[in-house]
Write a protein that binds this ligand. Structure first.
Ligand SMILES: [Mg+2]
Length: 182
């Protein structure tokens, strides 16, 4: 499988609040992994809001919910300090290391897990490497991307061009709205 194929998400939605979680449950999904930065909160915010906390508490009734972030311990532990969500910091996406650790923590297989994230080159690519489905969301505030993410976004642009050329139907269904910022 070529790299660009591993960067095609199973779905795209504008935000974590718009995913049809009941449908995922029906499909046998047991665990949800969320990226933190720009998936849940932008880089320039330090903590989950009470709305986020209530949202995750509701999801926890039906799923194992875990946060997997490439950020370090201070950022991730502080963001989640008012929750009891399990988390992985220095997640090293798109390598398999952090994701494998996360799967062990929730005792789930990649097939019964979905990763939700805002970046093709870390979140979607990383999940695909473990044959885990991944839902792409729009960055909460793309202007707050950090330098490493800005580089990844440049690579992402090239990959998106390739997907558009090679898989026009999938591009139309799962990526066009993302590219257009919808
Ligand atoms: Mg992110």
């Amino acid at each position: 499988m070529a790299l660009y194929q591993k960067c095609i998400p199973s779905d795209y939605v504008a935000s974590i609040f718009e995913i049809d979680y009941q449908n995922l449950k029906k499909q046998g999904i047991k665990s949800l992994f969320f990226d933190l930065d720009n998936t849940v909160i932008p880089y320039d915010e330090t903590e989950l809001s009470s709305q986020h906390i209530a949202f995750f508490n509701t999801l926890k009734k039906d799923f194992n919910v875990l946060i997997i972030s490439n950020s370090g311990y201070p950022r991730v532990s502080n963001a989640l300090k008012n929750t009891d969500l399990p988390y992985i910091y220095h997640g090293m996406k798109p390598t398999k290391i952090g994701l494998k650790k996360a799967l062990k923590l929730v005792k789930s297989s990649p097939q019964e897990t979905i990763l939700i994230g805002d970046q093709l080159m870390t979140d979607i690519f990383g999940a695909s490497r473990l044959k885990m489905r991944a839902i792409l969301v729009k960055a909460v505030k793309q202007k707050s991307d950090r330098w490493m993410t800005k580089i990844n976004r440049k690579i992402e642009k090239m990959v998106l061009k390739k997907i558009k050329k090679k898989e026009p139907k999938l591009y139309e269904e799962r990526l066009k709205a993302y590219v257009e910022g919808k």
